[in-house]
Design a protein around this ligand. Structure first.
Ligand SMILES: *[C@@H]1O[C@H](CO)[C@@H](O)[C@H](O)[C@H]1NC(C)=O
Ligand SMILES: *[C@@H]1O[C@H](CO)[C@@H](O)[C@H](O)[C@H]1NC(C)=O
Ligand SMILES: *[C@@H]1O[C@H](CO)[C@@H](O)[C@H](O)[C@H]1NC(C)=O
Ligand SMILES: *[C@@H]1O[C@H](CO)[C@@H](O)[C@H](O)[C@H]1NC(C)=O
Ligand SMILES: *[C@@H]1O[C@H](CO)[C@@H](O)[C@H](O)[C@H]1NC(C)=O
Ligand SMILES: *[C@@H]1O[C@H](CO)[C@@H](O)[C@H](O)[C@H]1NC(C)=O
Ligand SMILES: *[C@@H]1O[C@H](CO)[C@@H](O)[C@H](O)[C@H]1NC(C)=O
Ligand SMILES: *[C@@H]1O[C@H](CO)[C@@H](O)[C@H](O)[C@H]1NC(C)=O
Ligand SMILES: *[C@@H]1O[C@H](CO)[C@@H](O)[C@H](O)[C@H]1NC(C)=O
Ligand SMILES: *[C@@H]1O[C@H](CO)[C@@H](O)[C@H](O)[C@H]1NC(C)=O
Ligand SMILES: *[C@@H]1O[C@H](CO)[C@@H](O)[C@H](O)[C@H]1NC(C)=O
Length: 463
């Protein structure tokens, strides 16, 4: 029975193989890697036939038979090539047009294959990096001529955030031609605008960047709090200064063009002569601020000082009331509370200091609240005195009177630091309190295993 089945299979095998050798299967295939083309290109799309009886013909999307090249027909035509293993009929299209897009058919007898050709026009932006200056209160239009086919998706971004007209219709308007209009310009509109253009069908992406600046008159702000002084007519700021100390009064402005600053000592409500002594007035080169360095030698230095910042767009001024303020008490106890490879944490307490409680805003000038500490860390060098000059200072703020832990860093690993700490209030700083040396841990790998040991060691050294 088994040999009988084998014989049947053998015969079936022969029967299924033989006809192929004598009458090979006809086939037809369009050979095209990609069928997305850019307008204006020259394209050849090959149709390959094997064992065909009838000739190969190409038909356009509208069903028109494509002829061979002639003087009349020289943009879209076919060629005929015989190869060892069949016939190749390339369809050649010169200066391909958007209207050439569609389903093209290669046909031989009743065999055929259809390929969809997409002809697109990639968006080419002419200026991709533009600088523009707008004027305060006016509007400005940023163009993005994204002409292409299929129609691209165009999205505007400001400083990496997408602009949505419907979220801020009073500020932005995006026109049908993708122009972005920014209305009522102010300093906050300064920034980097990017028009991102995408044509998914063509796998094409391009973008244009616009650097927008806005000319506006100076806007004064408090450089400590970064708060802009509200738009009142007379801007004032209370400042406290310690007798026999130096006080820096800083006048900061956002302005374009960069402003010029002038300082005046005011007596009885009037400006005196401008203060121009370069040892007293130091204005930053970029015009972002001007510092009045007051050396409070006696009570006569207290009083009013006016800072005026002006540029071609206008002038703003602020009056600083310089009041006597108390020097804060230094901290009375500082200990190392934690260390790792890059940071040290200190427990700083000041039992004689007064801390702000809740929303208390107006301090008693004789008794100003402590706003924070300054920690200074100088790397220890054996055999050398401590080099405090140029040692980095870390300013920390007291957020809650009961939180006395402050972390400073980044620091070097495995390094011993000399440490000193002083208290800050609105008028100035206390004397320094020098504390025990502190050491960062050696390296990250041993950290977890040895952190407890290191802290214990340092604490032992401290006591
Ligand atoms: C081409 O043919 C495909 C499949 O039949 C169809 O989905 C497509 O819409 C056709 N394209 C055009 C431009 O007619
Ligand atoms: C296609 O045509 C061939 C002869 O040219 C014929 O033998 C075959 O049966 C046809 N096939 C179909 C699917 O019509
Ligand atoms: C674009 O222009 C700005 C200013 O004109 C220039 O600083 C920047 O390098 C330019 N960026 C590129 C990518 O060309
Ligand atoms: C300020 O300095 C002067 C002279 O240097 C001194 O007489 C005076 O006591 C000092 N005042 C204070 C409050 O430190
Ligand atoms: C005061 O300002 C001057 C000039 O900007 C600066 O060199 C100095 O370090 C400042 N002093 C203090 C105590 O901030
Ligand atoms: C601003 O100051 C400059 C000189 O620093 C002066 O020439 C100009 O007139 C001033 N402008 C205004 C509006 O005050
Ligand atoms: C060290 O401690 C500081 C503060 O606790 C932390 O921010 C930092 O990530 C730590 N560094 C390492 C290397 O663990
Ligand atoms: C900080 O030091 C004070 C005074 O020695 C102590 O009472 C307090 O518990 C310490 N705080 C922490 C978090 O170690
Ligand atoms: C400062 O305030 C604290 C607590 O409010 C008080 O104990 C202290 O006597 C005051 N010091 C002065 C100089 O007014
Ligand atoms: C510190 O005090 C504030 C209220 O003043 C409280 O909400 C907070 O829980 C306290 N924190 C600690 C660590 O005791
Ligand atoms: C500091 O860290 C680096 C790499 O993390 C290590 O090579 C070096 O030995 C460490 N230095 C000390 C003193 O632990």
């Amino acid at each position: 029975m088994r040999w009988c089945l084998t014989a049947v299979l053998f015969v079936a095998l022969i029967c299924s193989v033989r006809p192929d050798e004598e009458f090979p299967e006809p086939s037809l295939r369009i050979m095209a890697k990609s069928t997305v083309y850019n307008v204006g290109e020259i394209k050849g799309i090959f149709c390959k036939g094997q064992n065909l009886v009838e000739p190969i013909h190409w038909y356009s999307p509208s069903g028109k038979l494509i002829e061979e090249r002639s003087t009349k027909n020289n943009r879209v035509f076919v060629e005929r090539k015989i190869e060892d293993n069949g016939i190749l009929v390339p369809l050649i299209i010169h200066k391909i047009k958007i209207s050439d897009g569609g389903n093209w058919t290669c046909k031989s007898g009743n065999l055929s294959e259809v390929r969809e050709i997409i002809v697109g026009e990639k968006v080419k932006l002419s200026d991709t990096n533009v600088t523009l200056e707008g004027e305060e209160g006016k509007s400005v239009k940023l163009s993005c001529e994204a002409n292409g086919y299929p129609a691209p998706v165009v999205v505007w971004y400001k400083d990496k955030q997408q602009i949505r007209e419907k979220d801020e219709p009073k500020k932005y308007s995006i026109k049908p031609d993708n122009t972005l209009e920014i209305k009522k310009l102010n300093h906050a509109d300064v920034g980097l605008y990017v028009c991102k253009v995408r044509q998914k069908a063509l796998s094409h992406y391009t973008e244009k960047t616009v650097h927008l600046s806005v000319q506006h008159k100076p806007i004064l702000y408090n450089s400590d709090t970064q708060m802009i002084y509200t738009n009142q007519k007379y801007k004032t700021e209370e400042v406290y200064a310690i007798l026999n100390d130096t006080k820096n009064v800083t006048c900061s402005a956002i302005a374009n063009p960069a402003p010029t600053y002038r300082w005046y000592r005011r007596q009885n409500g009037f400006d005196g002569d401008p203060i121009t002594d370069p040892d007293t007035v130091v204005t930053s080169e970029d015009g972002t601020n001007s510092v009045l360095i007051l050396r409070i030698r006696d009570d006569s230095y207290y009083g009013e000082y006016r800072c005026a910042a002006n540029n071609s767009k206008g002038m703003e001024s602020i009056i600083f009331h310089v009041n006597p303020g108390s020097k804060p008490e230094p901290p009375d106890f500082v200990s190392l509370a934690g260390a790792n490879t890059t940071a040290l944490t200190f427990n700083v307490t000041c039992s004689t200091c007064i801390f702000a409680t809740g929303e208390e805003v107006s301090p008693d000038p004789k008794n100003l609240t402590v706003i924070g500490y300054i920690l200074q860390l100088a790397p220890a060098k054996a055999g050398y005195p401590v080099d405090w000059d140029g040692a980095p200072e870390y300013r920390v703020d007291v957020e809650e009177a009961n939180n006395t832990l402050f972390t400073v860093g980044p620091l070097s690993n495995g390094t011993v630091y000399h440490v000193r700490v002083r208290t800050r209030n609105a008028a100035g700083n206390s004397e320094w309190l020098e504390v025990a040396d502190a050491k960062t841990t050696d390296d990250a790998i041993r950290l977890t295993a040895t952190i407890a040991l290191v802290i214990v060691t340092i604490l032992v050294q401290l006591y």
